[in-house]
Design a protein around this ligand. Structure first.
Ligand code: AHM
Ligand code: MG
Length: 336
């Protein structure tokens, strides 16, 4: 009977969010409206990514198509879709996208209370070889009733109300936290709906995988080098960890969340702040990790405590299983 119930009682993402909302009688339903617009953007990108391999047939990005129009690159197209969907939700006031140098202040007639930071298509260098890529987002509440300003998005990650990502892989997976745990949904293409398939995701306390771009090893600092050395040649008699690195943050973090272990993009001599961006890469993924029982550390502090001063700021990041990140923290503590 259980199996039957699973097939006929579909927990869609909308239903899930409405359920959560009903626990807060003061809620006005704005969040579910905002989320449905984010979900729409993800469905659009999913469909565009699935067709990317046909680009040669339907016209390559940067080339003109049969109508003589320029084809937009997939990341530019995705950004346009998200910006328009978010503005038209009527629930946002300021947007920060990896694709846009400046923040977008929503015009007064379309304003709402939410601030959204996002990377519309992360890992886009992987498109041409069919590797998984994704959209990452974080949501803040506006600080006060004044005009929206950059201060509304330069809040520490711990102030986020919600964060998530959508991975365009062998299936399309949407992972979301509204601050009460983490849930995963899979797109059923025949329904066009995200269905709850991974309820209450918890990351294992310790994992067997580490994930890092080892090509940067010659420029690493002491603690990072020592940690990776320990992964390969453990001194406590435990077995060595496996290395998995896709080079697409959403896919690497998704695997880390489900299987455990650590994902790191450390500082190195060439990039003292690492590569990943605080607002729409480091914060949302750190938020999800903590909500799933893991940790996220910058090499100096809890990642979510960081107070950004610039919208495109970068930070080193070490995130994943609680005990594994604890080990990294100990190495950094021993250094100072
Ligand atoms: P992008 O925003 O330009 O796509 O870069 C971000 C990506 C992440 O998805 C991934 O974790 C990282 O860059 C990989 O970087 P590297 O190629 O240096 O290992
Ligand atoms: Mg990115």
């Amino acid at each position: 009977h259980e199996a039957d119930a699973h097939r006929t009682d579909l927990m869609t993402i909308t239903r899930h969010v409405l359920n959560e909302q009903s626990k807060h009688p003061e809620s006005r339903g704005d969040f579910s409206i905002l989320l449905s617009h984010i979900v729409l953007g993800c469905k659009f990108v999913c469909s565009a990514v699935n067709k990317a391999g046909l680009a040669k047939l339907i016209g390559l990005a940067g080339e003109t198509n049969v109508q003589g129009e320029e084809q937009k690159k997939l990341d530019v197209l995705s950004n346009d879709v998200f910006v328009k969907a978010l503005i038209s939700s009527g629930r946002t006031c300021i947007l920060v996208s990896e694709e846009d140098e400046e923040a977008t202040i929503v015009e007064p007639s379309k304003r709402g209370r939410y601030c959204v930071v996002f990377d519309p298509l992360d890992g886009s260098s992987n498109i041409d070889c069919g590797v998984s890529i994704g959209t990452i987002f974080g949501i803040y509440m506006k600080k006060d009733a004044k005009e929206p300003t950059l201060d509304d998005v330069l809040q520490p990650g711990k102030n986020m109300l919600a964060a998530g990502y959508c991975m365009y892989g062998s299936s399309c997976t949407f992972v979301l936290s509204t601050g009460t745990g983490v849930n995963g949904f899979t797109l059923d293409p025949s329904l066009g709906e995200f269905i709850l398939t991974h309820p209450d995701i918890k990351i294992p306390n310790k994992g067997k995988i580490y994930s890092v771009n080892e090509g940067n090893a010659k420029n690493w600092d002491g603690p990072t080098a020592k940690y990776v050395e320990n992964c390969k040649f453990p001194k406590d008699g435990s077995s060595a960890k496996s290395l998995r690195y896709i080079g697409s943050m959403v896919a690497d973090v998704h695997r880390t969340l489900l299987y455990g272990g650590v994902f790191l993009y450390p500082a190195d001599k060439k990039s003292p702040n690492g590569k990943l961006r605080v607002l729409y890469e480091v914060f949302p993924m750190s938020f999800l990790m903590e909500q799933a029982g893991g940790q996220a550390f910058t090499g100096k502090q809890r990642a979510l405590d960081l107070v950004p001063t610039m919208i495109h700021q970068r930070s080193p990041i070490f995130l994943g299983s609680y005990d594994d990140v604890e080990e990294i923290k100990a190495l950094y503590a021993a250094e100072t």
